[in-house]
Design a protein around this ligand. Structure first.
Ligand SMILES: NC(=O)c1ccc[n+]([C@@H]2O[C@H](COP(=O)([O-])OP(=O)(O)OC[C@H]3O[C@@H](n4cnc5c(N)ncnc54)[C@H](OP(=O)(O)O)[C@@H]3O)[C@@H](O)[C@H]2O)c1
Length: 266
């Protein structure tokens, strides 16, 4: 088994930690012995994730980490995001790993029919909020010449699909931003990674279909989608490599998915 020893006692901030990939990632970092700051809007949900982190840490038996904090962070609120350091606990001021995971798709309307608020929510959360937050940490990481930024991209940023124009554009923007940032930081010890999942069964489709559970279930019908744990493993693996190893891009798909729209349903 690959070692996650280098994560012990590190400080990790996970955005969108209240559900899905973020929640699973937080717990796996906790298992590896890292201290984790959990960020999201639904802070009530973060309580359960915090408990999962405690259990995972005990199961990991590293004797390291064990500090968790929940912070309210709305990625669409520029004031929240730009003042993020005032929300971090004292022990969490020196973040080692920033996981930019918060994100969403809203609807599947085609261009011409997309509601203005859906466009704004996707771009504000997935692009503007992520950029504002990253800027805060890049400034801090540069001062300390350390740090790792792990962005949750998507297969949707690699190939677009009808009904996903704005979401796909947001993930393509994330990819361009991530690539440029990696170039800008090439003379530093700061690492920049992008994890690009295919279909992962989380609350993602429920949010996309505005709470319509049957529409969400149809997305995964006849396929064996990825789980949040599958992606958490990739994030924690990328974060736990030796300092001279930067996992740049990881595209991870269910076996029966070959592109955004090429899915085999048995
Ligand atoms: N599921 C997939 O198939 C898939 C595939 C590729 C990429 N991804 C990406 O993976 C990431 C995680 O998605 P997921 O599948 O785990 O979906 P999820 O279960 O719906 O989780 C999304 C998370 O993002 C947070 N979030 C949404 N809007 C936010 C805002 N304005 N401010 C702060 N947090 C916000 C949510 O927290 P609150 O609502 O509590 O704020 C939630 O914790 C996203 O970036 C998504 O685009 C997902």
């Amino acid at each position: 088994m690959l070692s996650t020893k280098l994560l012990q006692d590190k400080v990790v901030l996970v955005t969108g930690a209240s559900s899905g990939i973020g929640a699973a990632t937080a717990a796996l970092f906790a298992k590896a012995g890292a201290n984790v700051v959990l960020a999201a809007r639904r802070t009530d949900k973060l309580d359960a994730v915090r408990e999962a982190c405690v259990k995972a840490n005990n199961a990991g038996q590293t004797g390291k980490g064990g500090r968790y904090a929940s912070i309210s962070l709305d990625m669409c609120d520029t004031d929240h995001v730009t003042k993020v350091f005032s929300r971090l606990p004292d022990w969490g001021q020196n973040v080692d790993v920033l996981v930019n995971n918060a994100g969403l798709a809203v609807g599947t309307d085609r261009v011409g029919d997309i509601k203005a608020d859906a466009i704004d929510r996707m771009l504000d959360t997935n692009v503007h909020g992520l950029i504002h937050l990253t800027q805060q940490f890049v400034r801090d990481f540069k001062k300390r010449n350390t740090g790792h930024i792990i962005n949750l991209g998507s297969i949707a940023g690699v190939n677009s699909y009808p009904g996903g124009s704005v979401y796909c554009a947001s993930k393509a923007a994330l990819h361009s931003f991530t690539t440029a940032l990696r170039m800008e930081l090439v003379d530093t010890a700061i690492r920049v990674s992008e994890i690009q999942p295919g279909m992962v069964e989380t609350e993602f489709s429920l949010v996309r279909f505005r709470g319509d559970q049957s529409a969400a279930d149809k997305v995964y019908e006849g396929i064996d989608p990825l789980s949040a744990d599958d992606i958490a493993e990739e994030v924690v693996w990328a974060a736990s490599r030796k300092p001279h190893v930067n996992i740049a891009d990881v595209l991870i798909l269910p076996t029966n998915q070959a592109s955004s729209y090429h899915v085999s349903r048995k």
